[in-house]
Every structure is written in C-alpha cells, then in structure tokens.
Design a protein around this ligand. Sequence first.
Ligand code: AVI
Length: 323
Amino acid sequence: MNPPHESAVQFHDMHPPAEDLRAEVLHGLAQRPRRIPPKFFYDQRGSELFEAITDTPEYYPTRTELGLLEAHGEAMAELLGRGGVLLELGSGSSRKIRLLLDALRPALYMPLDISREFLLLSAGELARDYPAIRVHAACVDYSQGLALPALPEGLPRAAFFPGSSIGNFEPDQARQLLAHVTRALGPGGRLLIGVDLQKDPAILNAAYNDATGVTAAFNRNLLVRINRELGADFDLAHFHHRAFYAPGHGRVEMHLISDCLQQVRLDGQRFRFEAGEGIHTECSYKYSVEGFQTLAARAGFAPLAVWTDRDQLFSVHCLEVAA
Ligand code: AVI
C-alpha cells in the first residue's frame, strides 16, 4: 500500500540492496572486535525506537536542539538563504525540519535517508503541509558518498544535518562526508548542522542507558533485523545492551554483549561468542565547538555562526563552503 500523500513527492530510490546488509554484517562479524555499522539500526522498527529514545527524559540532544531551532530559527534561515534548495541528511523526524521550513521556505526540499518507509511517510506529510515547496525525496546511504539526483542551477543551496548524526561517523569518515556535502553545495553553499557537545560523562551514560530500556531495545533490534532479513539465529535472550562513555576517544560506545558461550549461524557460517564477548554497534562522538570547527575546516567549511544552549549540552553550527 502506498503511504498517504506519496504521489506529491518525487521519489529517487538509491537504496543499497539487501546484499549490502549481508556483506557488511558478514564482514563485521569476522573482525576483532566484531562490529556492525550503526546505519543498519534504521529499519522501520529501529526508526520508531529511535523516535521513542528522543522522548526519554535522559536523552537530552533532541529537545535541546529543538529548543535552539525554536529560539534562533529566523537567524538561521537568514544565514542559510531563503527560496533556494534545501537538502536534509538523515530526515528521521519531521519536527525539526518543520521549524526550519517555516522560517526558510525553500523552493525545493530534498530529504535524504536510508530508511525508505520512514522517508516516504515523512516526505509525503511535508508535501501535504507545505504545498508551495517542491519535495524530492532520495533514499540513499550517504555514508557511502553523496550521489544525488541533479539539483536545479542558479538557486542558493543549503543543507541541514540535525541530530548530531555526524557523531556516528569516525572523525575521518565525518570529514569525508562533510567534504561530499561541500561538493554537493558548491562554493558559498551553507550547512546547518547539529553537533552534540563534550560534557559530564554521567549525563552521557544516562542518555544511552535510559531507565525504561528503549535504547537497549533499539540496540537489540539490530539482531532482530539480522535474524529476519538474513536468516541468522541470534538468541535475543543471550545478548544484552551495553553503552558507556569512553573518555580516551571522546565518544559514547554501544555494544551487544553475549551472556554466555554460544554460536550464531549466518549464511552457512558459525560465529562463536565467548561469554562477555560483544559486537560494537555504534560510536557517538562528542565535540567541543572548536574541535568540530577544526574538523569542518578540513572538509572545506568556514564557520559563520554557532548556537549553544545555556547548559552547554548541544551546538548548532552554520558553516559556509569556502571559495
Ligand atoms: C542518531 N544518533 C545521533 C544517535 C546518537 O545519539 O548517537 C543514535 C542513538 N544511539 C543511541 N541513542 C541514540
């Protein structure tokens, strides 16, 4: 069944085939430490669980970033340039983009996301609610580069990358991704990007270990997905969630830890897990304002403005592609 309002959206499907999931999971399980990239969290259920995380009292980034967009949306829109093309990387939730669209009123809005169902649904709803804005949605894995449908020439270009999703990339990959964004925007193009700040580890540890266990369910859903889509036999009763701030790396790490000695079968192969052995499923890097500006400069961005909340939990940067 088509999601409501889908027809108002021009849709570009550049989604990686299921074989990418298989190949990357097999490759990651053979590594030491074992790892699976966090982009695979976001099937339909994973996207819903992530939304639920953003409503937990411990997970401060979403509400803090929303507060910054509410307080400074007009100034942000002024810097981004009205009436142009707006790309959004990782269009998971529509709450933030609605604030920006209200202030910015672009001619064309192009959300990019790996989760096809979520993308179509939210893009369809936005097309309905903002009939004056053309909506072209592209299902892409932007961790692999930024192959985009052709963009109209002669309009100012801006991109919005909220949620500190940039923190889920290793710093060198983050630099590469930002460099792809500079190429898509061209000289003078502007980027509004949300970046989680370095802070008291107790706040970070609580944010990734919420009391109701939503983050644990989000992490474990990765195994549910791999069982369903790849026919693996992960025993969910014997893998648990672990998340902690790693000060030496400046990042939060998430892992799925085996409770016991066990074997998992996938694609005719057996993977042996010792008790306590895990799969590293996510890094979430935290930056100082200066640390992030240095990273962005290495990708070709010059800083224009930065907004932070009173408690210095979260930052939103406006950057310009240097000529
Ligand atoms: C999407 N990303 C920025 C989230 C984060 O905080 O790194 C994903 C997440 N993982 C656990 N909780 C939220």
